[in-house]
Write a protein that binds this ligand. Sequence first.
Ligand code: NAD
Ligand code: GLY
Length: 351
Amino acid sequence: MKKIHVAAEKPYDVLLEAGSFGAAGKYIQPYCKNGYAAIVTDDTVDGFYGGMLEEALSREGIRTVKFVIPHGESSKNAETYVTLLEFLAENRLTRQDLMIALGGGVVGDLAGFAAATFLRGIPYMQIPTTLLAMVDSSVGGKTAIDLRAGKNLAGAFYQPAAVICDPDLLHTLPEAYQADGVAEVIKYGVLGSASLFTHLQEKGTAFDRTAVIGECIAMKSDIVQRDERDIGVRQLLNFGHTIGHAIEKNSRYAVSHGRAVAIGMVLMAKSAARAGLCGEEVATEIAEVCRIFGLPTATEYTAESLYDAMLSDKKRTGDTVTLVVPETIGKCRLHPISVPGLLPFLKQGME
Ligand code: NAD
Ligand code: GLY
């Protein structure tokens, strides 16, 4: 069992081991002394793993209730959020009880936000079931729902009590969703690990799941403990996300998060190259590795429509948007740009 410690304001461990889900009850029990937990999951994940988790918890004497959302980004909204809060209230969860988010980034973000706000905060654990959630969303305490105006516009920083990460759960994850997670792994490679990037280039879909997940979690943990509140170095984790969120919003979430981020990384690298901030080969390499995993590298949306959506992004402060630009594969930096300068910057990467 690999334990990755996240020294956030409220510290916790990520337990990483293939097969650990089978012993989930044993790992969860110390965090659930009151013997009562609410499981939040989606309908697909519930079909595979919901019953197993309920049984594992029951064996430890933990009573459970379960809230199941329809799968997909469209569940990460205000209506589902309020319904979940009402469910927790009806089932009389208290601050001594536990919430368990079992699923991908959608379940984790929604359940985490509900845990942050129900009774002004109840403890929760993350059991990520997608590659994206394992390498990124289950760690770091960013929780959120989408609003009509854009992605993740209501949320909280709220760290989990622990994360149980079992790469074996990926055996049931369809290839397209695996690729969404790879987009975030590519992101980690570009922003901080050329060797991780090379591993993906060389191994393709046969990359070493457990080792790669471990490296990404360790990178994320390091960044989060240096900047939990996203005011400095943590913003590097947004590489590809400002354009990516705009694509997701414009497509009404028909384009998945991972795919939108892949396009966002390629377009951002192209714009950065045209602006003389990195070499053209950086954009070429990112696009090539995306193609290996069947990830898209271009969008039908115009620069103007993306620019419009980007103005409601969280990363805008007044008249400035902080972009993340690559310098080389393995190094990115923050690049504040004025709102009027954003459209021409974006356009040059899309010509
Ligand atoms: P998702 O949660 O929608 O999961 C993708 C699909 O896979 C769903 O249909 C789900 O039912 C299915 N699934 C999940 N696990 C499965 C399994 N083991 N076997 C079979 N099917 C399974 O999508 P995602 O890509 O995990 O997460 C995307 C979300 O994460 C977005 O909302 C994004 O904004 C968010 N995100 C958050 C952070 C953060 O730091 N909080 C970081 C990155 C992304
Ligand atoms: N996924 C971006 C972050 O956690 O900061």
